[in-house]
Design a protein around this ligand. Structure first.
Ligand code: PMP
Length: 466
């Protein structure tokens, strides 16, 4: 009874439209939850007091940090959804990427089954958390320039971690390609090799505007490709599963069926804008598309860090303009201190997001850093870098639209820590030993060496443009 097909779930979401608003949101703590996976989803909205008061517009953040793996990514590893009936019973029915794989015979608990994923960290931590709870092993492959804290967290969770040099997506040594290869080496079959000619996600001819080449194989639901074929011998060999968050449609579903309906219910549909960054694109595509399906007038806007091509893609239809393509050495990578959002390639989930994105904001590293320091000083909110980007975009949207009062903007706080009323950052950092950004985004010396200013007056200027 806990398993429903994708189409059934989608139908339920549709038929729920009128029902959702009649049921109040049920926050964590209302009942005893079923293990660590019961903690996933149904996160509260938190009012960002300093910005809301300064702007006269309600800025509300969805507190995804309350997920047990500490980020929005838990939903993708395990997507949670509410049927009207279950909502009445305060029960969370769980549909999982992992359970999807289990249902298809791609994973079997406590038999040495292994999940492979390429990630900059948060998804890996979510995968490893849930894998532990469900009886699976994990192999996580990540670039070696991400914050050390994430590696430590993964190791504590028992994941096998491999770190590789950052490389372009067309390089076989790129972390997603390496994860795919590791899954293939483990015996998983039916996984497309996207590094082969003709199967590359995109290519940018030197000196010309980019042309996005998306092959047919990329558009196929990867779990669909995998069905019946990912594993060599399901009965005798330990199973292996390549989670493939960038291309996996379950990523979108987690937000279309979880995050989006939750936001709608929590606000009773009173939303003027929804703002999110995009790494895989799952959050903005899924939550944004659900919110749009309920009210097409809601502005869905992208917060995009420096070095990402998505801003240009939304605004001008191409990832790069000629000047940028020529001037950027690492053009297939996102060159920013912000981790988790920004992309220079098309993925299935970004494909799903593009049609519903109305506006985009380019956020500089300095702005993200300034916002994070501003919020810790004024609200006691200790945010990760992608959450800070989203909030800068909220302020920029208010400036652009001229909204004055009464409007509500919802954004995602993917990852943050509460500083528990201590506005002294040094104290907070000592308290928050698990902070995933301390060594880079929250490390003043690192920022100075990278020539990124730490200047809160930037936010004052954004809030009060002269
Ligand atoms: N913030 C952080 C910290 C992340 O790790 C990610 C995922 N890479 C995102 C935001 C973006 O979420 P999505 O992949 O759904 O676009």
């Amino acid at each position: 009874p806990h398993f429903v097909t994708y189409l059934q779930a989608r139908k339920r979401v549709q038929s729920r439209k009128t029902v959702l608003s009649r049921h109040p949101v049920h926050l964590k703590g209302d009942k005893v939850l079923d293990g660590v996976t019961g903690l996933i989803g149904n996160t509260p909205l938190v009012r960002i007091n300093s910005l809301s008061n300064a702007l006269g517009v309600e800025i509300l953040g969805k507190a995804e940090f309350l997920n047990p793996g500490g980020s929005v990514k838990d939903r993708v590893a395990l997507r949670s959804t509410f049927t009207p009936f279950q909502s009445m019973l305060l029960t969370c029915s769980v549909l999982i990427v992992i359970e999807d794989a289990e249902r298809q015979g791609l994973l079997r608990p406590h038999t040495g089954s292994r999940i492979f994923e390429g990630t900059v960290g948060s998804t890996g931590i979510s995968m490893a958390t849930i894998a532990r709870a469900r009886g699976y092993e994990t192999t996580i492959i990540m670039p070696d320039d991400v914050a050390e804290e994430k590696v430590k967290a993964l190791q504590c969770l028992g994941a096998e971690v491999q770190r590789v040099r950052p490389a372009s997506i067309i390089d076989k040594k790129q972390f997603v390609n390496m994860a795919r290869q590791a899954a293939v080496d483990f015996g998983c079959k039916g996984i497309p090799d996207r590094t082969k000619k003709g199967q590359i996600a995109y290519e940018i001819p030197t000196g010309t505007p980019s042309v996005v080449v998306t092959t047919t194989s990329l558009r196929v639901h990867p779990t669909g490709i995998a069905i019946d074929s990912q594993c060599e011998d399901p009965m005798t060999k330990p199973q292996g599963f390549f989670a493939d968050q960038f291309e996996n449609r379950s990523n979108f579903d987690a937000h279309y069926e979880g995050t989006g309906p939750e936001i709608w219910r929590q606000t009773n549909g009173k939303i003027d804008a929804f703002i999110s960054g995009a790494g895989t694109g799952g959050t903005i595509a899924g939550a944004g598309q659900y919110i749009k399906s309920m009210n097409k007038n809601v502005v869905v806007a992208l917060a995009d860090p420096e070095g990402s091509g998505l801003f240009n893609k939304v605004k001008y239809g191409v990832m790069y303009d000629r000047k940028e393509a020529e001037g950027t050495k690492r053009r297939h990578q996102v060159d920013t201190v912000v981790e988790g959002i920004g992309s220079n390639r098309m993925t299935n989930n970004i494909d799903l997001a593009l049609p519903i994105i109305d506006d985009a904001f380019r956020i500089t590293d300095a702005e993200a850093v300034a916002m994070s320091r501003y919020l810790v000083q004024n609200d006691g909110l200790f945010l990760g870098s992608s959450s800070a980007c989203n909030l800068v975009a909220c302020v920029k949207l208010v400036c652009r639209t001229g909204w004055k009062e009464g409007q509500t903007i919802i954004t995602i706080l993917y990852l943050f820590k509460l500083v528990m009323l201590h506005h002294d950052l040094r104290y907070a950092i000592r308290c928050d030993s698990g902070n995933r950004h301390y060594s880079k985004f929250w490390n003043d010396r690192y920022l100075q060496e990278a020539n990124i200013p730490i200047d809160q007056t930037i936010i004052g200027q954004l809030l009060n443009p002269s």
